[in-house]
Write a protein that binds this ligand. Structure first.
Ligand SMILES: N[C@@H](CCC(=O)N[C@@H](CS)C(=O)NCC(=O)O)C(=O)O
Length: 216
């Protein structure tokens, strides 16, 4: 079954899916959509026909297109359960999902390109104001996540328990975003240590933005 990922090298949501694909050892074809060029290739009619939200990533598989990175990761988990990204026990799965959602729902959307573009165009925010906005939401979210991993990480190298999970798949790209926006992450040493470990794993390394064919 062929897998086609609509992606952009710097998209942290696409980065999540790339990690999951590599972690599960699934070959895939990358179709880059440049988010800035020519008004954004994700807003063109050909891509909107696949994903009316005009966001990356989307995964084309078996004649269908799946938008939304976490839906894609869950699909991959259901169709290729090993190696697992969700634990076997329902309570553990809920904990992992809640960490992933804390990033994917409560941090990432506030920092998205379309949000920061609107801050600039509608409210006149300059670079400093946009960076302050991004930093505020990342630091607020990371503060809570730092507390959670201090209780729930089993080894200081993973968000939950002692193996990679969906929470790790989502954290590493958000840390990339934080660094890219020059957010001070020194207050989150546990998250920094977890990311340092994960970024060294082959699947996470292969998925990193700079390793993508469309990297600039
Ligand atoms: N909740 C979505 C978020 C997708 C998303 O925000 N993608 C960003 C890149 S990280 C995007 O395509 N932005 C383009 C835009 O805002 O126009 C997911 O998890 O897939």
């Amino acid at each position: 079954m062929s897998l086609t990922l609509y992606t952009y090298w710097r998209s942290s949501a696409a980065y999540r899916v790339r990690i999951a694909l590599h972690y599960k050892g699934l070959p895939f074809e990358s179709v880059p959509k440049h988010l800035l060029r020519d008004g954004g290739e994700q807003r063109k009619a050909d891509y909107l026909a696949l994903n009316p939200q005009g966001l990356v990533p989307s995964l084309a598989v078996a004649g269908c297109v799946i938008p939304q990175s976490l839906a894609i990761c869950e699909y991959l988990e259901e169709t290729h359960p090993e190696p697992r990204l969700l634990p076997g026990n329902a309570i553990d799965r809920a904990a992992v999902r809640s960490m992933a959602l804390a990033v994917a729902c409560d941090i990432h959307p506030l920092n998205n390109l379309s949000v920061t573009t609107y801050l600039r165009s509608r409210f006149g925010a300059d670079d400093a104001a946009v960076n302050a906005w991004i930093g505020h939401w990342i630091q607020r979210g990371f503060g809570a996540l730092e507390e959670r991993v201090s209780r729930e990480s089993g080894d200081g190298r993973h968000c939950y328990g002692s193996s990679a999970t969906l929470a790790d798949v989502v954290l590493v790209p958000q840390m990339y975003n934080a660094r890219r926006a020059r957010v001070d992450v020194s207050g989150y040493p546990k998250l920094v240590a977890i990311c340092a470990h994960l970024e060294g794993l082959p699947a996470f390394a292969a998925a990193r933005p700079e390793a993508q064919p469309d990297a600039e």
